[in-house]
Write a protein that binds this ligand. Sequence first.
Ligand code: FAD
Length: 290
Amino acid sequence: TRSIPGMLSSPAPSVSFEFFPPKDDASEALLWDAIRRLESARPDFVSVTYGAGGSNQDRTVRVTERIARETTLTPLAHLTCVGASVGALRQVVGLYAASGVRNILALRGDPPGDPGGEWVSHPEGLNHATDLVALVKSLGDFTIGVAAFPDVHPASPSFEHDVEIMVRKADAGASFAITQMVFDAESYLRLRDAVAARRPELPITPGLMPVTNFKQVARMSQLMGTPLPTAVVSRLEAVADDPAATREVGVQIATELATRMLGEGAPGLHFITMNRSTATLEVHRNLGLD
Ligand code: FAD
């Protein structure tokens, strides 16, 4: 199989799908339904986020291992430093290695509770994503990805600081980056170009969320510090009471954004699926990626 950076440097855009760890068995069954439907789109890789709470992390590991074992998909495991000693992080990486997961998205994560809140150190843990990149790299032959923030990380003093952090992530051993969900193509392109000027070998793939629920995305955008452009808000607000129309507009917006970013040379698209398949598959089809 090709490596993720290899996929990202190929002329065809890479396509990947992100899932979150289900909170119970019923949601896990729905997730598997979505995974099976999305498998038919033959994505380059799929990822499972690492939850802030303890039990969800077990599900992250379990779902990721099962993807590796039982599907044709290439998994990318998210991993965060939150509340973990270096020993515990080594253990999770070891579990992944044992089940054939070779790709890890190394993140700092956010302390439980308030995503914009002060970072809380673990006495025997790590404090920056760059430290986790270095740790994972020291533990085996992993392909390591990192997070990028086109709208500037909420705790970062400036855009320039964020660019510097991306340079450090690349130098620590990251070979690709995925962004926070993008609603403004210009912000993505600005970060992509600024990082490319210093580390052209680090492909940065935009995160794309086809909106199906306006309240949900408004809440997420606030939590993540990703502002929604006024044009996006007014298009979604106009149909907020109509779920079918919201999905249609959400798919249109994602298709337009993706078309613009791919037209400007984005290496691929990382779809934030919210564990559903229909809207993502519609955007995928609209873009002619089938
Ligand atoms: P870092 O790179 O450590 O950055 C955190 C802050 O510290 C930034 O403000 C940065 O500017 C600053 N900083 C970094 N290094 C230094 C340094 N050496 N000196 C001074 N300041 C520094 N969260 C989850 O809990 N689970 C997930 O699965 C998950 N998946 C994600 C996937 C993607 C694609 C993205 C974009 C985010 C994801 N997140 C996830 C959220 C992420 O963990 C948070 O946004 C977190 O606040 C930042 O993570 P990071 O890896 O960029 O951290």
